[in-house]
Ligand binder design. Structure first.
Ligand code: AMP
Length: 281
């Protein structure tokens, strides 16, 4: 496995790399969710490139950026074991050279949910992913459905800017108790960690209500909010029942719905989602 840190070294490493190339963008602190993306990329690519870069532009609060967990030595071991060929682990200046002054800003799909809760977040994501797509020129890039809206934003951007990298969505990998794996889980205290599966419990309660015939989205939101309220450590940021295509909040659930949550536990902000199809009666 090659580790490169500059745009120039990445280009040089890629010049000799067999195609197709699969790209797995990450912010490090690798877990089984990241490994599942690499495995999918490995199966479909001759060369797997992973980026490890904690992107300051996608964090609203500087403190959140600084507290983000980092352990490059361990990440490189995990990347190599998972089958990565090239790791791109640049400095902030290498990604955003002096004078950098461009923002990629996606429209309507980036506005609700995470976009509303974290102003500027998706501008940061779209900007860094556009740079990574341009630098790597991969045939495919792999992203996790835990960040459902992120996938939708990146797909929109890639389509609109005619970037030739196909965005491949991958299933969310979970802990045995249902908690979606996330680098942020490392920041939970033991009591916070014990409380965190409440996100999954709430989503499953909402999904069950829909499958049981509840079509009133407000009632489904209330069901999920009630489950969250039963956990004293959980402070809900949003509880959403939205159209999975537009991400606009639904009044009545007729076909597909995307249930999603953002919840603070111990001051750590966690997100999760579940796509549901209403049973036809
Ligand atoms: P991050 O390092 O958190 O920016 O995540 C890098 C990529 O891994 C993103 O495409 C995430 O959606 C994906 N990812 C994060 N957690 C999981 C998970 N539990 N299962 C599958 N993919 C994930």
């Amino acid at each position: 496995m090659q580790v490169v840190r500059s745009r120039a070294d990445l280009r040089a490493a890629l010049a000799a790399a067999p195609r197709p190339i699969g790209l797995v963008p990450t912010m490090g602190w690798l877990h089984a969710g990241h490994v599942s993306l690499v495995e999918r990329a490995r199966a479909e690519s001759a060369t797997v490139v992973m980026s490890i870069f904690v992107n300051p532009k996608q964090f609203g609060e500087a403190s959140d950026f600084e507290r983000y967990p980092r352990n490059e030595g361990r990440d490189l071991e995990r990347a190599e074991a998972a089958g990565v060929d090239i790791v791109f682990a640049p400095t902030v200046d290498e990604v955003y050279p002096p004078g950098f002054d461009t923002t990629v800003s996606v429209g309507a799909i980036a506005h609700p949910l995470e976009g509303a809760a974290r102003p500027g977040h998706f501008d940061g994501v779209a900007t860094v992913v556009a740079i990574l797509f341009a630098l790597v020129g991969a045939e495919r890039a792999y992203f996790g459905l835990k960040d459902y809206q992120q996938i939708r934003v990146i797909r929109r951007m890639a389509l609109d800017l005619a970037l030739p990298t196909e965005v491949i969505p991958c299933e969310t990998v979970r802990e045995p108790d249902g908690l979606a794996m996330s680098s942020r889980n490392a920041r939970l205290t033991p009591t916070g960690r014990a409380a965190a599966p409440v996100l999954r419990t709430a989503l499953l309660a909402g999904a069950q209500a829909i499958r049981g015939g509840t079509a009133d989205a407000r009632s489904v939101r209330r069901t999920m909010a009630d489950v969250l309220a039963s956990e004293p450590l959980a402070e809900s940021d949003y509880v959403s029942v939205a159209d999975p295509v537009t991400l606009v909040e639904l009044d009545t659930i007729r076909g597909e719905a995307l249930l999603s949550l953002a919840v603070r536990i111990d001051g750590v902000r966690l997100i999760d989602n579940e796509a549901v199809t209403a049973s036809r009666r």
